[in-house]
Design a protein around this ligand. Sequence first.
Ligand code: FAD
Ligand code: NAP
Length: 516
Amino acid sequence: QVPLKPGRSLMDWIRLTKSGKDLTGLKGRLIEVTEDELAKHNKKEDCWICIRGFVYNVTPYMEYHPGGEDELMKAAGTDGTDLFDQVHRWVNYESMLKECLVGRMALKPVAAPKVDILMTLLFVGMLPEKKLLGASAKDLTPSMPEESLCVYIYFSLLYYLFCSYDWFQTDSSVTIVIYTKQKNMNAELVIVDCQDKQLRGEIIMDEHSFLVEVDLDHAVQEDITVNISEKVGKVEISLKKKEKIHWKMLGQPLESHETVTKRTDRGLFYRKCKLVSKTEVTHDTRLLCLMLPKSTHLCVPTGQHVYLKQMIAGTEVVKPYTPVLPFLPLDFKEPSAHDGAHIYFMIKIYSCGLFTQALDHLQIGDCISVSNPEGNFKKSQAEASEDVFLLAAGTGFTPMVKLLNFTLSEVRCLRTVKLMFFNKTEDDILWRNQLEQLALKDERFEVQFILSQPAKDWVGKQGKISSSLLSDFVKRSRKDSKVLICICGPAPFTEQGVQYLKDLGYSQEEIHAFTA
Ligand code: FAD
Ligand code: NAP
């Protein structure tokens, strides 16, 4: 992020887009853009960028871009889709840049594919066409090299061959059975939503997912049940019919029905959740409890975040947040039961924050959209760890909440978990009492608070993240013990921390940095 000039905040941008000003220079006309034409618009004062086949004039947006003009200029006059996806795939650019839309990219004539690709495509061609939408959609991305396309299709096919679904009905119910042949299938890998007769069931398989997506033949009741047979990888979704009539078919397949696609290539899916409570954690941080619809099955995995979406001044604004638990469990004999119906967020309200101010104004009973989870932390990183070190600054504590619970309850070989928690003042420390209680209750856990702006009477440690603070703190409980160090906070805090840890001799595999 770079500091923006006064009058260049997201809110100012939203205002400009609503002002009726011609932001494309084309007086509302949409045009078809060739690659040659796109390439001509590669200067700050005349900059076009293509994202997913649509071309935007981003010159008016330059000064409002939180990542700075130089970042935007990296994609000037080119297809910026990959760059965009790497940095912030979740930003709803369609809504943010709709007044900058110049038009669509003209489709290129397709060159003859190489033999190996041809073979794959021939094989693909033997399968029903509807099952290949994932691959064919990606096929349209002009920038994808042939080799990547080949690997992409190979994995899509591999997973596709293992996935299938079936359905059956009784007088009062309809059950969809998805077979994945995946071992260790669990609730976090199954996301189901049923909204207005539209059923969407996504099964996650590493980087890919299999989707069942249909417009149901008839209406169903609101509540759904999901049963998972972990060992054989079978998932059953049970729906209750609204009327006792015989269904001729499950329903009309929707666009991505029965596809296997890389998860990052699927658009974010949102469902509306109701705010049921809002409690104070500190002077500026709240614990929000949202209720998932009865027709949703969603368990956000440890270490992952979701996106919240709100309409602000007529524009959809999206920001990432990391779900937490309602409190820190103190007893880790058994994994804590998840009620499945609620999702909790610990959110700091910034006095000039666009999104958090709007969140703070939500009333109990209001709804907010919550996306599917994302993130690159895998529980397997922690599963064999003996010593876990958590370095958190401010709300960077949020991913540590589930991580603490997971390591203390499920990691068998765990010897120690130590949290070093950086804040400005004592009043800013999140869940201080709970952390101190946990440290008293469980001898494997230790917490250290470090303040950067302490009051005079603070007797604890003070300062900022530094090599000397870390070298005292991050010590193996025995020589060669397996270590995991997780770090989360403001981006510069995280970057510095990672560098100090590397300088202290910790390897890339031993460090996990939570970032966007
Ligand atoms: P903006 O309008 O963007 O900014 C207004 C002002 O607020 C800024 O000028 C600055 O003073 C301050 N500010 C805004 N953002 C930041 C920031 N990121 N760091 C420091 N100061 C800032 N936040 C939570 O409270 N809880 C979470 O669980 C959480 N999870 C996150 C997960 C991920 C993966 C990431 C990348 C971020 C997460 N955040 C979390 C931060 C969150 O996404 C927003 O950046 C934050 O809520 C501010 O949004 P805003 O629109 O209110 O502020
Ligand atoms: P904050 O209160 O501003 O800062 C917390 C502590 O970090 C303070 O001691 C502060 O010291 C220190 N700090 C801030 N910037 C630093 C820097 N550049 N170098 C070293 N120390 C620094 O923090 P916050 O407002 O809660 O912000 C939390 C951050 O975590 C946000 O940026 C949020 O986006 C991020 N976050 C990320 C994720 C994720 O998964 N990626 C999840 C949750 C939150 P000073 O007194 O010097 O400011």
